[in-house]
Design a protein around this ligand. Structure first.
Ligand code: ZN
Length: 496
């Protein structure tokens, strides 16, 4: 189904509307939003023009759609490792035996395409209107492929999701050389070939589906990219004028490895090879000099802020592994652009904002350090700034009509303070009811036309089980699945 923008002018109203004025969001009780031809025409009170259709969302919040800079786009395997440690024993890092045998694709090509479609339905279901897909490379032969991203473009166009697409590439990988010791393998030519494919992908797909599909470059993570790959990537970013995303400062192992290989901190190295710019989007930036146990001395935060790079803040995935940004307020006050990413399952932006708010207060031991508005700004305006898009993340005349409606009438929501504070306390991605992207109603009342969420859930479970069955092949010592992933409690099965 490729239905386009809604015909005629549509007026939406609800108990609350997030309007926009002088560069910041404002709250409009019983406000109105009017859009036409994919763009916002009006956000305020008492629209006087003609409209073709009026939609009253009732006890709800109408706000800008969420921008997900690290949007979960596969069947998440990160979650498998949390109760099953250490990572090198649990298939999170290739053993040397698997690498030497030749790593392989663990999904069939059609399954890789399928999971993009599946993941995009989950993003829309959670009110995400702009997505920069991210997936793990652990179960891949090497990088991501043109074919699956062509599939991603088809899925985005048919569902109506705004995306920035680019297959991930890398020069190297880590592997378990012997019990507990992690080594690096690099293949410069393979990395550069991945960049060349990614550049061709950008040239081919940029601006498709009426501008809904944009492109980006996605070198996978800093420690598995060479200086040549990243500096040529930076040149391609300037030539193509696209955003670039690179996982950076997401673990102490990564940080220390970069220092060991290049004699500089990750931010110092990125600055010196010309990678930092306002086009650079860096998930997670949690491990910086002096923070989270990093002893190497470098003015990391200043380098990043001066370089103009944006943080893709993914508090859920970091907190699940015991790490906290130290701190949101400090990065904000240093002048960094901060957007949000889901990165793990569930791709629930509301949950990420809630956890971001809680962990930011914990990091500074100060409830005044951040507010609900800081998080809502990051998930909307911050993401837009990271993408250089003043036409996203806000309901203002001339902006694209990307709208997320969050219900406030579920009993679980409790008492409403104001809608933003309330959602940041009691809301859930499951409260998202209606989503409009580029003027097209892509979900209404939780229903995405043509999408059977139950059938997709079953399909996802079957594929996930199939992937799990292949873990021994890719795990150090090749133990059986039951040994890799222990149940939460001892299993007592019924006698046969
Ligand atoms: Zn990530």
């Amino acid at each position: 189904m490729t239905a386009g923008k809604e015909p005629g002018r549509i007026l939406m109203t609800a108990d609350w509307v997030v309007g926009h004025e002088n560069g910041q969001h404002v709250l409009l009780p019983r406000g109105e939003v009017v859009f036409e031809d994919g763009a916002i025409l009006f956000a305020g009170h008492g629209f006087e023009g003609e409209v073709a259709r009026r939609i009253d969302c009732g006890r709800a919040l109408i706000g800008p759609g969420f921008i997900d800079l690290d949007a979960l786009s596969d069947l998440d395997t990160t979650v498998l490792g949390l109760d099953n440690q250490p990572a090198w024993k649990k298939g999170r890092i290739w053993p040397q035996s698997y690498m030497e045998k030749g790593p392989r694709e663990m999904y069939a090509p059609e399954d890789l395409r399928w999971q993009k479609h599946y993941a995009f339905t989950r993003l829309i279901r959670n009110g995400i209107t702009t997505a920069l897909p991210i997936a793990s490379l652990f179960y891949r032969e090497w990088g991501e492929t043109w074919d699956e991203f062509a599939g991603a473009a088809e899925a985005a166009e048919s569902l109506g999701l705004r995306v920035y697409l680019g297959p991930a590439y890398r020069s190297g990988n880590t592997y378990v050389a012997e019990a507990g010791s992690i080594a690096f393998h690099f293949d410069e030519e393979r990395g550069l070939a991945g960049l060349a494919d990614a550049v061709r992908f950008c040239e081919h797909f940029e601006g498709r589906a009426g501008g809904l599909i944009r492109t980006m470059l996605a070198p996978d993570r800093i420690e598995t990219c060479t200086g040549a790959l990243l500096s040529r990537t930076a040149q391609a970013v300037r030539d193509l004028d696209v955003p670039v995303r690179l996982h950076c400062c997401q673990s102490a192992f990564e940080y220390d490895s970069v220092v060991r290989m290049h004699g500089k901190s990750p931010p110092e190295w990125l600055r010196d090879i010309g990678f930092l710019s306002p086009r650079a989007i860096l998930p997670h930036l949690t491990f910086l000099s002096g923070l989270n146990g990093i002893e190497y001395e470098a003015p990391d935060l200043d380098i990043l802020a001066e370089g103009g790079a944006a943080l893709a803040h993914c508090p859920l995935v970091m907190a699940r592994s015991g790490a906290v940004l130290k701190s949101f307020a400090r990065y904000r006050d240093a002048g960094m652009t901060i957007g949000m990413g889901t990165d793990t399952h569930p791709p629930d932006m509301i949950l990420n904002m809630q956890l971001g708010l809680i962990t930011a207060r914990m990091a500074d031991s100060n409830p005044q350090a951040v507010s609900a508005a800081d998080m809502y700004d990051a998930a909307t305006l911050g993401g837009a700034k990271a993408l250089g898009r003043s036409d996203l993340g806000r309901l203002a005349p001339g902006a694209r009509a990307d709208i997320t409606v969050i219900s406030l009438d579920d009993p679980a929501i409790g008492q409403v303070i104001d809608p933003i504070q309330t959602i940041l306390l009691n809301g859930s991605g499951r409260d998202v009811r209606t989503v409009v992207i580029d003027g097209r109603i892509v979900m209404q009342g939780g229903v995405i036309p043509g999408v059977d969420h139950d059938a997709l859930r079953v399909g996802a479970q079957n594929r996930f089980d199939g992937l799990l069955a292949q873990y021994p092949d890719r795990t150090f010592g090749h133990p059986p699945v039951e040994e890799i992933f222990a149940p939460a409690y001892p299993l007592r099965k019924a006698p046969a």
